[in-house]
Design a protein around this ligand. Sequence first.
Ligand code: SF4
Length: 469
Amino acid sequence: MLAEMKGINEECGVFGVWGHEKGAELTYYGLHAMQHRGQEGAGVVVSDGDNLKTHKGLGLVNDVFKRADFSKLSGATAVGHVRYSTQGDRAFENVQPLVFRSQTEGMALAHNGNIMNAEKMRGELEGQGSILQTSSDTEVLAHLIKRRGMEISETSITEAINKIIGAYAFVILTEDKMYAALDPSGIRPLSIGRLGDAYVVASETCAFDQIGATFEREVLPGELVTISDEGVSSTRFAMRGRRKMCAMEYVYLSRPDSDVNEVNVHASRKRMGKELAKESPADADMVIGVPDSSISSAIGYAEASGLPYEMGIIKNRYVGRTFIQPSQELREQGVKLKLAPVRGIVAGKRIVMIDDSIVRGTTSRRIVQMLKQAGAVEVHVRIASPSIQHPCYYGIDMSTRDELIAANNSIEEIGEVIGADSVAYLSEAGLEEAIVRDKTIHQGICMACMTGHYPVKENGEQEAAYKGC
Ligand code: SF4
């Protein structure tokens, strides 16, 4: 489904280039491919070896960069960012990359994720005399790196990162080095690619395809990668047993053409649909998917069930984003603007409607109602992930527990609320099976918003003993 309708929002995408004369332009294209990860702001900081130059602004990548003069953004290394922000946090000063300058050096930081102890670290830093200018977690890391006047280096970055707790992927650019770091549980995605002799780093591999780069490898959990004219080096600032990649990246957040932790998103969604068909069949005439992110799982469900896959709902791609409309009533109107039933296909039919998740239930109710108004005689809702009952503390903005329909209602009650003839969710085991094809290679996933088992606690404790994902 559409991100802004769903109530689940990604918290940013990061991109970096090292060693290509068109650093800023490549970053623009890379960010464009990751626009779905954040639509509130975008920016690039480029280094020509001596200076850091910035171009950033509020809005979509195209809006921000149509005012860019790339001839003034020359340089072979660049870091970029697309930002999603919560209400009240849309200030220009929070648009990344954030740039920090001292007398001797500069640094640009781009960050995806959430630092769970940011407030505590902010208090400590302010107590020691630091003056923080933004409400961004990213600035906290910058101050930790430069604490006690330390030079920016692997040592100072490692020291700073070891003080923060959470889920994060960072790209840090100085005048002569680029650093990429991933949290010890590897909850957020971050990959390294090659474009000729140049290196690229991105939250999603679809950004590599966009610029013609090839995937090289994942940044590992707890790894700090340094890229410079001397080549690439790596240190581990933390060791982890199993990775805990965010399951929602596969279910909903990432683009279907991206590979997340070397698992293709579209293929994993198809497997989710197949598992769902095995677990929860329905007596129906056809399978339809809610565009866009549920199409892959609908195809999988149809393949496994033997029912025909049909395009029962289409999406209007030219409607503005509804999340700027604050009221529930307007949000519900947004659904009508964005999605339309294909009356000639659904009328008189018993339908299996696949969606990737249900958050508040209001959007699902509108879609079921829309299908029935178009003549569908039965609508059986099948959800290609386990029910979301818990908040995310790792950088995905989703509704509070009070708003999560599955946290407060039985499955029968959910069916009544959304007006479906039946409802079923994919099991936790089914989701894990669909994503984690080979547990020895691809390791584990975080499903905390579904299971309530959080792999990283706010006190920094890592839930190594948890076997669920
Ligand atoms: S809690 Fe849910 S959304 Fe957050 S990282 Fe884990 S799987 Fe992803």
